[in-house]
Design a protein around this ligand. Structure first.
Ligand SMILES: [Zn+2]
Ligand SMILES: [Zn+2]
Length: 354
């Protein structure tokens, strides 16, 4: 194999499939053979030119990556922290600098100099991906091999774990998940796996999937109707935790009305730039609410996600509803755009043994 297939951004809004030379392997690089890359709304926004911030010209898209080590650089062969060729791995997309103020305070997930596979650095919509020396820690071996599209979900799962590690979700907790996109559904599965009881709120078409992920109550209600239903579900008390998993600022006051005294609200979703939300500050004051935010994931969160998936502690396989070959990447993105399913996976044809 002298060339590989890659889906790269020719210009904002123009994604092209092209044959590229196999990336050169530097002495401290690792080459991974991509097994699957799942897509999300961010990929669609980059592909259509809506998102240009941090996007490098000609970059290969894809940041939810499952792969297998293909070749390792000559200087790395003796390093025990570099998995051997043939090892199945997830690749965390966040390449943090390690020395800025956020990195120094344990917030490498919001590194001031963040570079991302699939945005600023070539990502997973290709047969092969080169991991440069500064990103070797992003390579995360599995505990045991699993289906590649499921492993690719370690990336969205890692972001959800980042949020829930700071939320009091335990056996018997009641958790309200606002939003039933793939992220909301992962939050449903995570809360259920912790023994919590879950109510999910979202579009009608996504309520059945929410039940499949373990939500005991689902609703498409909005506004005051939603608040009434949530309070009825919790005997008037309110849920312990409310997770806003869709970027709708109108959900902020709803969340504050629903949460129980002493409850927690997580602003998990990103909101549209410039969005403002109104909240009754006395609800936060008198009800002693805790509001927390969460963005991206650290390498520790990512490692925890790969571990949970590859050991079978959480099963997100019902989320994978569509699989496409890399050569059909435009159809795959169309499936994301039309919300034809839940998660869409793209699978290269594979490369021969190194
Ligand atoms: Zn994503
Ligand atoms: Zn940093």
């Amino acid at each position: 194999m002298e060339s590989m297939l890659a889906a790269s951004l020719d210009s904002p809004g123009t994604l092209v499939l092209e044959k590229r030379p196999i990336p050169a392997l530097g002495p401290r690089d690792v080459l991974l053979a991509v097994e699957a890359t799942t897509l999300c709304g961010t990929d669609l926004r980059i592909a259509t030119g809506q998102k240009t911030n941090g996007v490098a010209p000609g970059v290969v898209l894809g940041h939810e990556i499952a792969a297998r080590v293909w070749r390792i650089g000559s200087d790395l062969t003796a390093r025990i922290d570099v998995p051997a060729p043939g090892t199945q791995v997830g690749l965390a997309p966040e390449i943090a600098c390690g020395h800025c103020a956020p990195c120094a305070s344990g917030h490498s997930n919001v590194c001031a100099n963040m570079r991302l596979f699939g945005t600023g650095v070539d990502g997973g919509l290709a047969d092969l991906i080169v991991v440069p020396e500064e990103a070797l820690a992003c390579i995360t071996p599995v505990a045991r091999d699993i289906a590649p599209p499921h492993l690719a979900l370690a990336e969205p799962l890692s972001c959800c774990l980042r949020a829930t590690s700071r939320l009091p979700i335990e056996a018997g907790s009641r958790v309200l998940v606002l939003g039933t996109g793939p992220i909301g559904l992962i939050h449903c599965a995570l809360a259920v796996s912790a023994g919590a009881r879950v109510m999910a709120c979202g579009r009608q078409a996504r309520l059945e999937p929410a039940r499949a992920m373990g939500a005991e109550v689902t609703t498409a209600a909005q506004g005051e109707d939603l608040v009434r239903e949530v309070l009825a579900w919790t005997d008037g008390v309110g849920p312990d935790v409310v997770i806003i998993a869709v970027g709708d600022p109108g959900l902020v006051p709803i969340a504050a009305q629903c949460a129980r005294i002493g409850g927690h609200i997580s602003f998990f979703a990103g909101f549209p730039a410039g969005a403002m939300a109104q909240i009754d500050p006395n609800l936060v004051h008198y009800r002693e609410l805790t509001v927390s935010g969460s963005a991206n994931a650290t390498l520790d969160d990512y490692a925890a996600a790969v571990d949970a998936l590859s050991r079978g502690r959480i099963d997100l396989s019902p989320l994978i509803t569509h699989e496409y070959e890399l050569s059909d990447v435009h159809d795959a993105l169309e499936a994301v755009r039309t919300r034809a399913g839940l998660k869409v996976a793209v699978r290269p044809r594979g490369v021969s043994a190194p």
